[in-house]
Ligand binder design. Structure first.
Ligand code: NAD
Length: 514
């Protein structure tokens, strides 16, 4: 398989060898005392390559180097930092197809989605370049005569980035490209399920940093599982930890970082619903629901997990969806004729099977039957059939995020009830309504509408653009990344008051004369 689809040559061009070091401060790769972690492709079960884990000693070197680099980087003018990020964006353009291929092969998303992920990295670089000239603070009028008051934004220091397997490269760039223009330095721990994508990104960025004569430590890589993640969350030298992954992980990271009064930026699990009203354009609704539910084999934080359908269109939506599911082609994600690739590993397959069984025990009715695919092309054991279950919102399995292509269908009669169902889960990431009725759309978007960080009209729940702030409420963690003013999370705010008068009046008119 490595030779098929040009994987071997892509790996070569990305600097991936059979055995790779995993700890890097920029261009210098550090040998550790740890073992090598194998990265296996869920597409065919083959070992792609190995990466050496980071140990505590090498982690210490990385942090020390980052501290040194920060002293330099924070004083580089922000637009010059933007210039470096511009070059990173260009370097990514050159390797778009190779990196997209690696992401697809290592993580299992389709090649098109792999390319999309790299495009997202390029887009965030462009955004960050513009931002580097716009890190605006406000000025305000002082109540004291002859005084000027304003606020400015300074870099915060070292940003620890912990990322999930399903967006193995884009999530890093959302954080690091913004953090870099803000004047921060970054230490990235990619998912242990997609470490090679991290190694490849480090090679790409190292070249640019070197060409600009920048010191080691501006953007570093560490590799490992939760134990290496804990190095970051417990480290008082890391003022901000940005963590993307499950709610379970986020609660642990939040406790560790909060316990030392550090800042955490959390991007956690979702349980996203689309409301399909009787006023929907059903062609759009079906297409939006289909991509949302089966795209990336249901392994997006924004994947559509629940469809809340108005009584009068329920049967039609149901039969059209069942027929569309019948046309899905499941197979190797690098083969562009396939719609659905594998789950990340066999543990994920087990969770998918358990969720289906439990939902059925709770009373769910399987409309499109799921199951694990076997035989030629499915040797990795990670391919499953997208399934549809008629269910109720209060079922334990419906309340829970299962990272797999399982779609729950439910009915409603009044919009208020549909919104209550949409909001009636612990998570609050993405939501959507399909309707051509302006009143319904605006009610959904109003303060008593969707409680999610993302609320769309006539668009599915997945596929956000980088220009908006991305993130969600409740158990999704409350963090915002990427566009809009999400950059503020990566900086510290300072309020400055300057007295240019010849006296010292006190605020609030307080008298203190001697
Ligand atoms: P995961 O929680 O298993 O792992 C995510 C990362 O956290 C990994 O790098 C892992 O090593 C690390 N980690 C785990 N426990 C840790 C701990 N105690 N301390 C420090 N680090 C720890 O998640 P996953 O299976 O890789 O990804 C799937 C999950 O991520 C889903 O819940 C999905 O919704 C969520 N996700 C959310 C977003 C978002 O933006 N909201 C984006 C992508 C994925």
């Amino acid at each position: 398989m490595l030779d098929q689809f040009g994987i071997k040559s892509a790996l070569n061009r990305l600097g991936i060898e059979e055995e790779n070091k995993g700890t890097c401060t920029g261009d210098i790769w550090i040998e550790t005392k740890e073992t090598y972690l194998g990265s296996f492709s869920p597409a065919d079960g083959e070992l792609i390559a190995k990466v050496q884990l980071t140990d505590k000693q090498s982690y210490e070197l990385v942090v020390k180097q980052a501290q040194e680099a920060y002293k330099h980087w924070r004083n580089v003018a922000a637009p010059q930092r933007g210039e470096v990020v511009r070059q990173i964006g260009n370097a990514l353009r050159e390797v778009k197809s190779d990196l997209g291929k690696l992401v697809s092969y290592e993580m299992g998303k389709s090649y098109q989605e792999g390319l999309g992920e790299v495009q997202e990295m390029i887009d965030i670089c462009d955004f960050a370049v513009g931002l580097s000239r716009q890190l605006y603070g406000l000025t305000m009028h002082s109540e004291r005569p002859g005084h000027r008051m304003y606020e400015q934004w300074h870099p915060i220091g070292i940003v620890g980035i912990i990322s999930a397997f399903n967006f193995p490269v884009a999530v890093w760039s959302w954080n690091s490209m913004i953090a870099m223009v803000c004047g921060d330095v970054c230490i990235w721990k990619p998912s242990e399920k997609a470490p090679l994508s991290g190694v490849a990104c480090q090679h790409i960025i190292a070249k640019v940093l070197k060409e600009n004569n920048l010191p080691e430590g501006i953007s570093s890589l560490i590799i490992g599982d939760y134990k290496v993640g804990e190095y970051l969350s417990h480290d008082t030298r890391i003022p901000l930890v940005s963590a993307t992954g499950s709610t379970r992980m986020g609660k642990l990271v939040a406790q560790a970082v909060g316990g030392r009064l550090g800042r955490s930026l959390l991007e956690l699990g979702g349980n996203n619903a689309i409301i399909i009203s009787e006023n929907a354009d059903l062609d759009i609704a079906i297409r939006g629901a289909l991509f949302g539910a089966v795209g990336t084999a249901g392994q997006r934080c924004t994947s559509t997990r629940r469809l809340i359908i108005q009584d009068s269109v329920y049967e039609e939506v149901k039969s059209r969806l069942v027929s569309a599911y019948g046309k899905l082609v499941i197979g190797n994600p690098l083969d562009e004729k396939n719609h659905v690739g594998p789950l990340i590993d066999t543990d994920a397959v087990k969770m998918y099977q358990d969720a289906i069984s439990k939902a059925k025990v709770e009373g769910g009715k399987e409309l499109v039957v799921g199951g694990v695919l076997e035989g030629k092309g499915f040797e990795s054991g990670c391919y499953v059939k997208p399934c549809i279950i008629e269910a109720e919102n209060h079922f334990e399995m419906v309340q829970h995020e299962t990272f797999a292509p399982i779609l729950y269908l439910m009915k409603y009669s009044e919009l208020e009830d549909a919104i209550a169902m949409q909001n009636g889960v612990p998570q609050g990431l993405s939501s959507a309504i399909m309707t051509l009725n302006m009143r319904e759309a605006e009610r959904f978007l109003s303060a008593s509408g969707s409680d999610c960080g993302i609320a769309n009209v006539n668009i599915g729940t997945s596929g956000a653009e980088i220009g908006g702030a991305f993130g969600g409420e409740k158990e999704t963690g409350g963090g915002r990344e990427s566009g809009s003013d999400a950059w503020k999370a990566y900086m510290r705010r300072q309020t400055n008051t300057i007295n240019y008068s010849d006296s010292l009046p006190l605020a609030q008119g307080i008298k203190f004369d001697i």
